[in-house]
Design a protein around this ligand. Structure first.
Ligand SMILES: *Cc1c(COP(=O)(O)O)cnc(C)c1O
Length: 420
């Protein structure tokens, strides 16, 4: 790792948490150049829902590359883009009674968030955005302004205006419905909160600590947005593409956002691809008002189409995620009670968090897990939550083995803490 210290900026982070050379990857297994096998419960921070180097998806892009079809075409019309939009419309949208236009943005999640915020402001002529405590939406200035993390905000080095933070579901404990507060301040013209262009929400906060919003709360927030004349935006960058058990994370609450933001696992292969789904009546863009050189990269669109073809044409994949998610939750809850119940297990589908309450315990557990062959990361305001995001394609044996390594690592950590 010495070479990286010398060559790469201090800003690097995962090469510090997992100090080894990763050379090969397949499905849920990463191989180091020393031949060590690691189980991956990090999955590219949610960008690898279908696993590493998924062979079926690889076949589609290999064939595409070999044919000399257009890879980079800005936003010119190509058969690859047309096929993606057609497939996504029929398999994902129509099946769910949804109707959206596609906007391909720059390849990062942050750029798609920027586009969603700009469009909301343009449509409403308002500037303020309502975002939620512990929310995470990316680190470019506009996206940073709607993100809660003090650490990241401080690194922005500029003012982060035109945002009002409201308490997320559960922020004030189970007895308080924070939607009541949001309704009150937005419908009271003298609350001091400027009328918002949009309310932006994650249905499960990934970086924020796997905080799960209830169905009723989400429905209230959507209704409040409508009453307040604001757009309702769901950031489904991390929780979309099947992570919570259905393609969109908001299906369980039957929401109908004005804008849906997708990125991370959208391409299916870890290739950069981001887009907005926007309702026709809020599509107020002038041609070219938001562009980016790498928007809608064709290679990424080809793997994205293949992923939808492969996994979303029937219910089986979705049911499998729900089944494995239940298995994970039961296993984590059993671990929690076995080791004294000073923990909380949260999540939906295959996005689960094990809240250690104490950052030191989470850090030591994750370090030991890496030594024992499991890659898993932390999240939450003080990184006290261990975040489980295995590939949705993982086999049950590897899943069990990963959870076993986690349990051993936690047990060892707790033993050490006790004897300290
Ligand atoms: C990762 C993430 C982003 C930012 O995406 P980048 O590609 O890192 O810019 C935004 N919102 C959520 C919910 C995310 O998980």
């Amino acid at each position: 790792m010495k070479a990286f210290e010398a060559l790469e900026s201090n800003v690097r982070i995962y090469s510090r948490s997992f100090p080894t050379f990763f050379s090969l990857a397949r499905g849920s297994i990463l191989l180091t150049d020393g031949g060590r096998k690691l189980i991956d419960f990090l999955s590219g921070a949610g960008a690898l829902n279908y696993g590493h180097n998924n062979h079926q998806l690889k076949a589609a892009i290999t064939e595409y590359l070999a044919s000399d079809a257009v890879v980079h075409g800005l936003d010119m019309a190509t058969p690859a883009k047309f096929e993606f939009m057609e497939t996504f419309s029929s398999v994902i949208l129509q099946e769910r009674g949804l109707k959206y236009r596609f906007q391909f943005t720059g390849p990062t999640g942050a750029n798609a968030i920027e586009a969603a915020l700009k469009l909301s402001r343009k449509v409403t002529g308002r500037q303020n955005i309502i975002s939620f405590t512990h929310g995470y939406h990316g680190l470019s200035l506009g996206a940073l302004a709607v993100s809660g993390s003090g650490f990241h905000r401080a690194a922005g080095g500029a003012s982060l205006p035109n945002v009002t933070f409201a308490p997320y579901d559960g922020y004030l404990g189970p007895a308080v419905d924070t939607a009541d507060y949001v309704r009150k301040i937005l419908l009271d013209k003298s609350s001091g909160i400027d009328s918002p262009a949009a309310i932006l929400v994650e249905t499960v906060q990934g970086e924020g600590g796997i905080n799960v919003a209830r169905k009723e709360w989400l429905q209230s927030i959507q209704a409040i947005a409508k009453e307040a004349g604001a757009l309702f935006i769901v950031d489904d960058i991390q929780m979309g593409c099947g992570r919570t058990g259905e393609f969109f994370s908001f299906e369980f609450a039957a929401l109908s956002p004005d804008i849906v933001v997708l990125s991370k696992s959208l391409s299916g292969y870890g290739l950069p691809l981001s887009m907005l789904l926007i309702k026709k009546d809020v599509d107020a863009w002038q041609p070219g008002e938001h562009t980016s050189t790498f928007r809608g990269n064709n290679l990424a669109l080809v793997s994205a189409t293949a992923a939808i073809d492969m996994y979303w044409r029937n219910q089986n994949f979705s049911l499998g995620i729900q089944r494995m998610g239940e298995f994970m939750r039961r296993r984590l809850e059993a671990i929690s009670s076995r080791y004294g119940n000073n923990f909380a297990v949260r999540g939906r589908g295959m996005a689960l968090g094990f809240d250690c309450q104490i950052a030191k315990i989470a850090a030591a557990t994750v370090r030991k897990a890496f030594e024992k062959g499991l890659i898993v990361e932390r999240c939450g305001p003080v990184d006290q939550v261990i975040k489980f995001l295995p590939a949705l394609t993982i086999d049950s044996e590897t899943l069990s083995r990963g959870l076993e390594i986690f349990e051993d690592s936690l047990a060892e950590t707790l033993n050490q803490v006790r004897t300290e």
